[in-house]
Design a binder for this molecule. Structure first.
Ligand code: ZN
Length: 180
């Protein structure tokens, strides 16, 4: 694959890692225009408690703000995970030219997996899609993140069980003292 494409996806991966450090699902996106990065963003759904705070949407907002226009006609968007229906909609509405994504999303992907909103000719704009860019690295980000969460939850549960059994022991002792 084109080195240039991989270099930009690497930047999207860096963004995704920032999300991961904040305990957000690690998804990152960047927007490139005339070979310059004009916006970078990562998923912020948990910290903002905002259902629409997806990486692509935040990057599109930044790019529009920076250029002072809603038309991103010549822009390319690089994102680590296949866009969901909401983000695919925003990509079409902002008229982004081309989307490159890493990992497919079997639960929400609307750029080829569940459906392909971006290349549907019934819409008044189509956006070219390139899938599987650094797919393995992008998928690993997610699988590692969820494995880590499961591990942490398990450890917390074990700790809780330990705490409970210790508390239980204290109560038992209390009862014994009382009955004496
Ligand atoms: Zn989305």
């Amino acid at each position: 694959m084109d080195k240039r494409i991989e270099t930009y996806m690497e930047l999207a991966i860096q963004e995704a890692k920032k999300a991961g450090k904040m305990d957000e699902v690690p998804i990152g996106a960047i927007i490139v225009l005339e070979d310059k990065v004009i916006a970078a963003a990562h998923n912020l759904r948990e910290s903002s408690q905002n259902a629409v705070a997806h990486a692509e949407l935040l990057a599109i907002e930044k790019a529009c703000g920076k250029l002072g226009t809603w038309r991103l006609e010549e822009a390319e968007l690089y994102v680590t995970l296949e866009p969901c229906p909401m983000c695919s909609g925003a990509i079409l509405l902002s008229r982004i030219k081309k989307v490159f994504y890493g990992a497919p999303d079997p639960k929400a992907g609307c750029a080829g997996t569940l459906m392909n909103l971006l290349e549907d000719e019934r819409f008044n704009h189509q956006c070219e899609v390139v899938s599987g860019v650094l797919e393995e690295s992008c998928s690993h980000l997610l699988t590692d993140f969820f494995r880590e969460i499961r591990k942490r939850r398990k450890a917390e549960k074990q700790q809780r069980n330990r705490d409970e059994s210790e508390t239980g022991a204290t109560v038992d002792m209390g009862l014994t003292n009382e009955s004496l």
